[in-house]
Write a protein that binds this ligand. Structure first.
Ligand code: A2P
Length: 222
């Protein structure tokens, strides 16, 4: 196997610097801790438990993700479609190992995942694969009509048996509903921001103050 074929990573992305990972994790834990005590959440508890009477501890419900990052391109060591083309792009090579400031402007929770929405700058969008949203079409039919970068997120945690790739699909699903004109049922103003419910256990917290997260564009080999 030629070297260039073995040197393609598992994925490319922005990796949050350690101090910021800590901050984001704390914010996420604060949110989960508060969310599962809200009457509005308890009202929709069956979305998570399947049973009306059961309680849920969201901090336990999700296994926290380590190595917080925002994936740009999942390459699977070159096996994923478009992986080689992505790795060969000048912009990818030029920006490799460069520092960047990610803006996390919302947190979302579903019965499957918890994540942070990332709002990409024009410059960061140059590293975003053009088909990232379209790729989710089989799961989120209108995904391709959402603006480029809509799928950008940091996976904070997954429920038992759920793969992190699900987080991006969950985010796209919420954004697709918003695009259809649904604002979600405004549930409450929390200290962190306003909380909206989109049905089927989908919660979106729009942060009052976006978290600015220092990150490094790089890749992960596993
Ligand atoms: P995410 O970006 O939501 O965290 P895994 O450990 O499952 O191999 O995944 C490694 C990373 O690549 C994770 O960050 C994961 O999701 C992301 N990822 C996995 N599969 C895909 C895919 N098909 N498309 C986009 N990203 C993926």
């Amino acid at each position: 196997v030629p070297l260039e074929e073995t040197s393609i990573p598992l994925f490319y992305g922005w990796f949050l610097v350690p101090a910021v990972q800590e901050k984001v994790r704390c914010t996420s834990m604060d949110f989960l801790k508060t969310l599962d005590t809200l009457e509005a959440f308890k009202k929709h508890l069956t979305d998570f438990t399947g049973e009306a009477e059961k309680e849920v501890d969201l901090e336990q419900y999700f296994s926290a993700n380590s190595g917080l990052h925002c994936t740009t391109k999942y390459c699977d060591y070159g096996k994923a479609e478009g992986a080689k083309e992505y790795a060969e792009q000048t912009v990818v090579k030029e920006q490799y190992c460069s520092a960047s400031e990610l803006s996390l402007n919302a947190l979302f929770v579903t019965p499957r995942t918890v994540g942070a929405r990332v709002s990409l700058t024009e410059n960061q969008l140059t590293l975003w694969p053009s088909d990232a949203e379209k790729e989710a079409e089989s799961l989120v039919p209108t995904a391709a009509s959402l603006p480029a970068g809509s799928r950008a997120h940091v996976t904070l945690g997954c429920a038992d048996g759920v793969e992190p790739v699900q987080t991006g699909y969950d985010l796209l699903e919420i954004l697709a509903l918003q695009q259809e004109g649904l604002t979600g049922e405004l549930v409450e103003e929390m200290e962190l921001g306003s909380l909206a419910y989109f049905g089927k256990g989908r919660w979106l917290l729009s942060l009052r103050e976006p978290i600015s997260a220092k990150a490094c564009f790089s890749s992960y080999y596993g």
